[in-house]
Design a protein around this ligand. Structure first.
Ligand code: ADP
Ligand code: ASP
Ligand code: MG
Length: 405
């Protein structure tokens, strides 16, 4: 008998017919003698609608009421799925985050799980009842509802699997696994049998929304055995593995892009470490996250300082920069129409040619590379947003990742 957490995303529970299909998937594991805890997302489109309601009354994404509103979708799905299971003879009950509880910090809109008490779930199992948990939600120690950031049901599932010491956490979604690129953008992308925690973390952090980044971080920290698979098709998915077990032969495991960053350039800033430090300290104090940074080497006293921030943080970044007292520069350039393309693979450490192939391929498209950043397992470049999807397809071919048709 294994302990399994099964998580079903929005499209997998989009309507009553889908919920009935999902209940059969759960039944299969129960019939095989396993102990199952289920985590659900809101039905497809529901969270977006709730976000719309909150925004229409100027609900800030960092406020407690915003979380109360947008956490509601998961409550509906957990009740409905519990009913669907009961209807096919499987005793089940819904559980909301506060009923477990799943305790988080108070960062509304992107709260971090701090503690989960598995006792309520163990009690369900003792009574032969399947717990159906509303994902995405948490509770502060002061008793306020929180949410875990978009896509956060993945993190609920992995964190529960860790707390329950589960043998497996199965993430059911609308694709059959993790692909070498988003199959919606690259039709020739192929499914990976395995991917390391580290690579999956980078793919998610750089834009592949198939798993929320924090869920991968949690899986890595607690060595949770995670599989990504389809709730629509019965076929093997992708297993996330520690590096030593990696058997895939690709050097590059995936290509992704994200378009939620903007580029800022301060022209001709005084090239002095203290001045640059002041700029980043002020941005940090204003809670602006900086991603890529490039500073032109110059022989005279001035330098151009370029960096990227999240689009949603542009107003805060601009305000902060106007407040850096000692900085004098020849102007500030803002470009919100950029995208960061990233090539990920453990092989990058050993293969220098991988980065140059990326630059050569983008060069052949006539795409100017605005900022470049490298780490042992990834290379990222910032390009104009309008060419990003085409560039991902071209890079996918250039790295030999296209599936044979
Ligand atoms: P769910 O609602 O099940 O949580 P999501 O929409 O959050 O599903 O994530 C699944 C989607 O992730 C897929 O439909 C796919 O378009 C996208 N995706 C992005 N990158 C990848 C990738 N490398 N492999 C698979 N899917 C990806
Ligand atoms: N329903 C939430 C969202 O749409 C959480 C999730 O789907 O994981 O972001
Ligand atoms: Mg998701």
């Amino acid at each position: 008998m294994a302990r399994i957490v099964q998580k079903f995303g929005g499209t997998s529970v989009a309507d009553i017919a889908r919920l009935e299909k999902v209940s059969l998937k759960i039944k299969r594991e129960i019939d095989a003698g396993h102990q199952v805890a289920v985590v659900v997302s809101a039905m497809a489109g529901v969270t977006n609608r709730l976000v719309g309601y909150a925004r229409s009354l100027a609900g800030s994404a960092q406020s407690a009421e915003y979380d109360v509103i947008i956490a509601a979708g998961e409550q509906v799905t957990s009740g409905l799925l519990a009913l669907a299971l009961c209807q096919i003879g499987i005793p089940a009950r819904s559980l909301l985050a506060w009923q477990i509880p799943i305790v988080t910090d108070d960062a509304h809109g992107s709260a971090r799980i701090e503690q989960i008490d598995p006792q309520r779930l163990e009690e369900c199992w003792l009574k032969g009842v399947v717990p159906v948990i509303a994902g995405f939600q948490g509770l502060t120690p002061q008793g306020r509802l929180t949410t875990l950031g978009r896509g956060g049901s993945d993190t609920t599932a992995v964190a529960l699997a860790a707390a329950l010491n589960a043998d497996r956490c199965d993430i059911y979604t609308d694709v059959t696994g993790v692909y070498t690129a988003d199959p919606r953008i690259v039709p020739k992308a192929r499914k990976l049998k395995e991917i390391t925690y580290e690579e999956m973390f980078e793919l998610s952090a750089q834009g592949a929304k198939v798993l929320q980044t924090r869920s991968v971080e949690t899986a890595m920290r607690h060595q949770v055995c995670v599989r990504v698979l389809s709730s629509f098709h019965d076929e093997p998915g992708t297993q996330i593995v520690p590096e030593r077990m990696l058997s895939d032969t690709f050097h590059v495991s995936g290509i992704t892009y994200k378009g939620d960053e903007a580029r800022l350039t301060l022209k001709n800033v005084h090239n002095e470490a203290q001045v640059i430090a002041d700029i980043f300290e002020t941005l940090g104090d204003a809670d602006v996250q900086i991603d890529m940074v490039v500073q032109d080497v110059s022989l005279n006293e001035g330098t151009d300082l370029t960096f990227t921030v999240l689009k949603g943080e542009i107003p805060r970044a601009m305000d902060a920069l106007h407040n850096v007292k000692k900085v004098s520069c020849d102007g500030l350039i803002l470009d919100p129409n950029v995208a960061k393309i990233t090539v990920v693979g453990v092989g990058l450490q050993r293969r220098l040619g991988i980065a140059s192939l990326m630059f050569k391929t983008l060069g052949s498209m006539g795409v100017p590379l605005q900022v470049i950043s490298c780490s042992p397992i990834k290379v990222s470049v910032l390009v104009d947003e309008s060419v990003a999807e085409e560039a991902v397809r071209l890079l996918h071919s250039a790295y030999g990742l296209d599936k044979e048709c």
